[in-house]
Design a protein around this ligand. Structure first.
Ligand code: SAM
Ligand code: SF4
Length: 465
């Protein structure tokens, strides 16, 4: 029997053992045990947190969104930029007082940041109130780690495993019943010079298409209307080439109403994938295609392995097969050595492509990556000025694109109730624009036809038709 399967069977036994201990302890104190999972970073991390919640539920915890008062708080961390790391240390530190109030309380820190030895060591030395630390590769061992800590009362550190296998069948408690994130691959082989992901998530490994299809069929039975396929670079799914497009064709035939995916590396986008946008009924006209920079020298220094012209050509091809496609992007400003002229190339690319939205970041040096060693003499204030200009430009473009939607009829998949008005709901158009419309909680997970009546800075307003 493959190791992964025996490993998983063992974890089920640990799950049962934790459940038993908790049930005894709850009976003794007359109150159930609660757990809260706090997530930082990308959708892959959100998806890992859904798995952590699935495991916690099976182990007998009641889940709560509120970390204060919870008996177990799990921080699922992100290492992509320094800001997220700083927030994590602040938030973990702030729980010292909570722990004093509740002697049963336990704290776990896991995920990408904990794959970096120095971070794990810092938690060990300076945050003695943290009980458990584990990395992305040992997430499946959470029941074992928790059982060990509950039984022995000490601290458990489990971050050494870097093999990064694929574990099918981990429990999962999904955030939404109508829309599901599905990881199709893990890790990354690209080593963009600024990026920590390949170091903390390991090498690329893809799930078998059959396992993904099975999962989709089960989700459809449960009423899922939309799937988001996840991977750091889905274009190299199954070793690259046509494999990802083939997976999409197979999934399209299942009849799931809406299929989306992220992220796509521009260097690997295949002609078959572009053609899929013209052919597949359920593939939504939306693509996140991070460009990172508009200047060839910077792209080379980033090790992105495409040129500005190649990127623009891909955009032209996509718009030819699918004129309505909404493109979004990630852009890094202030990469080491970026001159003002080179930044102007990024501005002109944003003007030329006209993204629906762009996520903009100031370069954040990550120890261990090549870019962190590159000379960087641009003052932070100058980088801030540049990013502000890019944000202003993108906001103008986004508003113009949204204004063009006014008067159109669209089908919206309703996702949520407005936090400010319980008689207003929000959902996305096929292109991914968020539309707010009158309605109540009962519409969540349903498709609603709307006419777009007005455009705001980031969202649309509509009325039901
Ligand atoms: N795999 C995806 C890709 O290739 O675009 C996304 C990975 S990363 C989690 C998301 C975004 O964070 C990247 O597209 C990049 O713009 C940004 N990013 C990654 N490392 C960064 C760094 N060191 N400084 C600033 N932004 C960074
Ligand atoms: Fe990071 Fe590049 Fe891999 Fe994306 S493709 S995760 S940016 S190394």
């Amino acid at each position: 029997m493959p190791n992964e399967i025996t490993d998983m069977m063992r974890q089920r036994e640990y799950t049962d053992a934790v459940r038993e201990i908790l049930s005894e302890k709850s009976a003794r104190r007359g109150r159930e045990y609660t757990a809260c999972v706090v997530t930082y970073g990308c959708q892959q991390n959100e998806n890992d947190s859904e798995r952590l919640r699935g495991m916690l539920l099976l182990m007998g915890y009641r889940l709560t969104p509120e970390r204060r008062g919870a008996d177990l708080v799990v921080f699922n961390t992100c290492a992509v930029r320094e800001g997220a790391e700083m927030r994590l240390f602040g938030n973990v530190g702030a729980l010292v007082h909570e722990k004093r109030k509740n002697p049963d309380m336990m704290i776990a820190v896991c995920g990408c940041m904990m794959q970096i030895e120095e971070n794990a060591r810092r938690i060990k030395m300076r945050y003695p109130h943290v009980d458990m630390v584990f990395g992305t590769h040992t997430l499946y061992r959470f029941p074992e780690i928790l059982l060990n800590t509950l039984k022995n009362g000490g601290r458990t550190f489990d971050v050494l495993d870097t093999k990064g296998h694929i574990y099918e069948g981990l429990p999962i408690l999904r955030d939404k019943s109508f829309s599901a994130n599905i990881s199709v691959m893990y890790g990354c082989n690209n080593f963009c010079s600024y990026c920590i992901v390949p170091y903390v998530r390991g090498r690329e490994r893809s799930r078998a298409p059959e396992a993904i299809i099975d999962e989709c069929l089960r989700l459809m039975d449960g009423g899922v209307q939309e799937i988001m396929l996840l991977g750091q670079n889905v274009n190299s799914y199954g070793g690259g080439g046509r494999a990802f497009a083939e997976l999409l064709y197979r999934l399209d035939r299942l009849g799931i109403p809406r299929i989306r995916f992220m992220t796509s590396h521009p260097k690997d986008i295949s002609d078959e994938l572009i053609a899929a946008y013209g052919e597949l009924k359920h593939l939504m006209p939306q693509l996140h295609l991070p460009v990172q920079a508009g200047n060839d020298e910077i792209l080379r220094a980033m090790n992105r392995r495409y040129t500005r012209e190649k990127y623009l050509e891909t955009v032209r091809k996509l718009r030819k097969v699918c004129p309505e496609i909404g493109l979004t992007s990630d852009i890094i400003v202030g990469f080491p050595g970026e001159t003002l002229e080179q930044f102007e190339d990024t501005m002109s690319l944003a003007r030329e492509v006209r993204f629906d939205a762009a996520y903009t970041f100031i370069f954040s040096p990550r120890a261990g990556t090549r870019a962190a060693e590159m000379p960087d003499d641009t003052p932070y204030e100058e980088k801030s000025r540049r990013i502000q200009r890019l944000i202003d430009l993108q906001q103008r473009i986004t508003l113009q694109i949204l204004e063009k939607q006014v008067g159109r009829r669209e089908t919206v998949l309703v996702e949520s109730v407005s936090a400010r008005d319980e008689n207003s709901v929000g959902g996305k158009t096929p292109r991914g624009h968020m539309v707010n419309l009158p309605g109540d909680r009962g519409l969540i997970g349903k498709f609603v036809d709307v006419e777009i009546t007005s455009a705001g800075r980031n969202t649309l307003r509509g009325k039901r038709i």
